[in-house]
Design a protein around this ligand. Sequence first.
Ligand SMILES: NC(=O)c1ccc[n+]([C@@H]2O[C@H](COP(=O)([O-])OP(=O)(O)OC[C@H]3O[C@@H](n4cnc5c(N)ncnc54)[C@H](O)[C@@H]3O)[C@@H](O)[C@H]2O)c1
Length: 323
Amino acid sequence: MKKILVTGGAGYIGSHIVEQLIKIKKNVVIIDNLSTGKKKLLNKKAKFFKCDIRDFKKLNEIIKRNNIVSIIHLAACLSVGESEKKPKKYFNNNVLGTKNLINCALLNNIKNFVFSSTCAVYKDGLKIVSEKSKLSPTSYYGKTKLLGEKMIIKNLNNKKINYAILRYFNVAGASRSGKIGQITKGDQLFKNLSVSSIKNHPKINIYGSNYNTKDGTCIRDYIHVSDISQIHIKVLKKIHTEKKSIILNCGYGIGISVMDAVKEFKKQIRKKIKISLKKKRKGDMEHIIANNNKIKKYLKWFPKKNNLSRIVKSCISWEKKLK
Ligand SMILES: NC(=O)c1ccc[n+]([C@@H]2O[C@H](COP(=O)([O-])OP(=O)(O)OC[C@H]3O[C@@H](n4cnc5c(N)ncnc54)[C@H](O)[C@@H]3O)[C@@H](O)[C@H]2O)c1
C-alpha cells in the first residue's frame, strides 16, 4: 500500500494534517525527532519513527522500507527570535535536513513533495504580497526556508517529482475534534495570549509599538490550522493528478494587528490584559498580508474559518483543555 510521509507529524500543524489524512483513509508514516513535537499529538493510526531528518542513513532506510509515494515536509525549527541568536542551529536543521530529504526523495522514486515554507521569505514593507513579490527574508529563519525552496526547485524540477511550495502566513487555532492544538510555547502571539488568558492576571509583551501601521503594532495574516491542513490534502491530490508543480501563498488576505488580537482575547475572556511594551525584535516583519488569488483559483479553495473571533475561541478552549 502506497504511503504518505509527514515529517514533523508530532508537531502542531503536522498532527492536524495527519488527522485529516487518516480521516480520508490514507496510510501515513510520521518522522519526528520530538524536539518540539509531542507524543500526545501522534495519531495512533499512523506509523511513527523517532528520527532526525539530519540522520541521512536512518531517514533513507525508513523511506525505502515503507513504500512512500509522497512526502509532506514540515520538520523544522521556527522561532524567528531564536534563529537570529542561533543561525547555525537553523541552518543545520532547516537547510541540511531538507537537503537530506530531497536526496532521499530522488533516491526512492518519490512522486510528490509538499514543503512548508513561510511568508517570512518575502521582503518586508510590501504589505500585500503575491507569489511574484520580491523575496528577501528579514529573519534568518526566513532565509533557511528560502534556501529550502531553492533546493527543491533546483533538484526536483525535471526529475518527475511534483512539488508544492506552500508559503504559510501565521497559523493559529485548534482542531474541531478538540484533540489537537499547539502545545509548545514559542514566540507565537496567539499561543502566548492563549496561555496568559486562562491565568488570573493575564499579561502580554508587545514587541514594538511604533511600526508604521494603524496602531503602531505589527500586522499579520492569521490562518486557522484546519484551513491550512485542508490545503495540504487538496494540493497533494492536485499535483499528483496534474503532474505539475506550484508555489502558493496560504493566508486569508486579512490583516490583523497585534493590538487587534489582544482586544479580541480581552473581549472573549472578559478580563483586562496587562500590556508591557518592549523593544522591536530583530527579524520581525512590520506588515505582511497574503494576496491569495492564486490559491483560490488553483485549488478552488475557500477558507472556512476566516474569522478572528472563531480562531480566538478555539485557541482559548484548547488552552483550557491543556491545563
Ligand atoms: N506555525 C506557524 O505559524 C507557521 C508559519 C509558517 C510556516 N510554518 C512551518 O510549518 C512547519 C510546522 O510548524 P509548527 O507550527 O507545526 O511547529 P512545531 O514545532 O509544532 O512542528 C515542527 C515539528 O518538527 C519536528 N522537528 C524539528 N526538527 C526536526 C528534525 N531535525 N528532525 C525531525 N523532526 C524535527 C518537531 O519535533 C516538531 O514536531 C514548520 O516547517 C514551520 O516552519 C509554521
